[in-house]
Design a binder for this molecule. Structure first.
Ligand SMILES: NC(=O)c1ccc[n+]([C@@H]2O[C@H](COP(=O)([O-])OP(=O)(O)OC[C@H]3O[C@@H](n4cnc5c(N)ncnc54)[C@H](O)[C@@H]3O)[C@@H](O)[C@H]2O)c1
Ligand SMILES: [Zn+2]
Length: 356
């Protein structure tokens, strides 16, 4: 048995995050602990992750006594995060006669976790699911907090449910095969977390330039702590959890403008964080010098700070963001590095705010 850390998440239905190295081979045991009566397990994964890790997880589930273990692999990519893929999952669940005792295991990035979680939330009105996040973004962000869902033509994540996993198993070793652009992407969320809640992590990121497994474990753990604390305080995103949207209002609008293919999520969020902080600092709403520090850190981790298209072209999409209500939007601003707050602004005032 290898060492791992256990982080409890005290949401309405509490669960543990297990974080460490070499955990995939023990996944079955860890899943059995939280699914004592399950007979069947369905491993949901994508076409890139399946050949790398599905066998290890499947074999481990079989060793742990699951009598039916099927692997459902869909074609990788955000364009497949849609209801049709979930419908195909329902077909596989029906064929395998999955019932309320059984479990869905999401093995992959945020696309896999969001969709497998949504299938779990809705199959038989809710069955257990376990997250095994294999991207940096999924480990630090999407696997924790219970937001699940799919995209539709009108926007990302417009259909979904809150459904907490029964366990999150984050194996740092899986990051060794993650292509570089996705590491960069994940760093966007890491820098977001540090900016809103953890000045010490921000300083560590400024000082080091290391992607060793030990350092990655430390980064992931600290971001998990932040996400866990925020989600515990506000499971259904009524207040504090909104702070996690730092950089996201503009980021989502930019992603939409570029049809979700022209820029990655982490890069769009980086542009959003840089733009909103620059505007807020000019307006005296953010401490002087914050923009320069944030921009330098983003650039250090190869994240963009300038938008590839003018702001006026994508600002109108903010009105379509599901977080925009009644002609107003809650913008997340930094008071300084490590402290964030929400400021409600009229959408009509946004262009002046950003042009300032
Ligand atoms: N639920 C939430 O709270 C939440 C939060 C943030 C983002 N999200 C969602 O997460 C999604 C983005 O997640 P993502 O960036 O992980 O995307 P992703 O799941 O598409 O993974 C990125 C790419 O990496 C590949 N991959 C994954 N793990 C790998 C590994 N270990 N080795 C090699 N390749 C690997 C995947 O096949 C894919 O090509 C978006 O749909 C977004 O909406 C959800
Ligand atoms: Zn994000």
């Amino acid at each position: 048995m290898k060492d791992y850390q256990r982080l409890p998440v005290n949401t309405g239905r509490p669960y543990d995050i297990l974080l460490g190295r070499g955990l995939l081979g023990q996944a079955g045991t860890f899943i059995r602990e939280v699914c004592p009566l399950s007979v069947r397990a369905m491993v949901v994964t994508d076409s890139n992750v399946a050949p790398l890790y599905a066998d290890a997880v499947r074999d481990s589930l079989i060793r742990a006594g699951f009598s039916t273990v099927c692997v459902f692999a869909f074609e990788a990519g955000e364009t497949h995060k849609r209801i049709e893929t979930v419908t195909a999952m329902y077909g596989a669940l029906a064929k395998g006669q999955f019932d309320r005792r059984d479990v869905i295991v999401a093995l992959g990035g945020g696309v896999t976790g969001d969709m497998a979680g949504f299938a779990a939330a809705t199959w038989m009105r809710g069955i257990r699911f376990v997250q095994i996040p294999t991207t940096l973004l999924a480990q630090v962000d999407s696997s924790i907090g219970g937001k699940t869902g799919v995209d539709i033509a009108e926007g990302k994540n417009l259909v979904g449910a809150f459904w907490q996993p029964v366990r999150v198993i984050a194996d740092i070793d899986t990051l060794s095969t993650l292509p570089e652009p996705y590491v960069v992407d994940g760093m966007g969320e890491v820098i977001k977390s540090a900016s809103i809640r953890d000045a010490a992590l921000f300083e560590l990121l400024e000082r080091t330039n290391d992607f060793s497994p030990e350092w990655l474990t430390e980064i992931v753990r600290r971001c998990m702590e932040i996400k866990r604390a925020v989600v515990e305080a506000d499971e259904r995103e009524r207040g504090e959890r909104k702070l996690l949207n730092f950089g996201h209002t503009l980021g989502h609008a930019l992603e939409k403008e570029l049809h979700y293919t022209g820029i990655s999520h982490g890069c769009a969020v980086a542009v959003g964080m840089a733009a909103v902080t620059a505007a807020a600092e000019k307006a005296g709403l953010t401490a002087a010098g914050t923009t320069a520090r944030l921009a330098a850190l983003l650039q250090k981790y190869h994240l963009p700070t300038d938008s590839p298209v003018p702001l006026e072209t994508f600002l109108p999409h903010v009105t379509l963001d599901k977080k925009a209500a009644g002609g107003e939007v809650d913008l997340v601003l930094l008071e300084n590095i490590g402290n964030a707050y929400c400021k409600r602004m009229k959408i009509a005032d946004l262009s002046t705010f950003f042009e300032s």
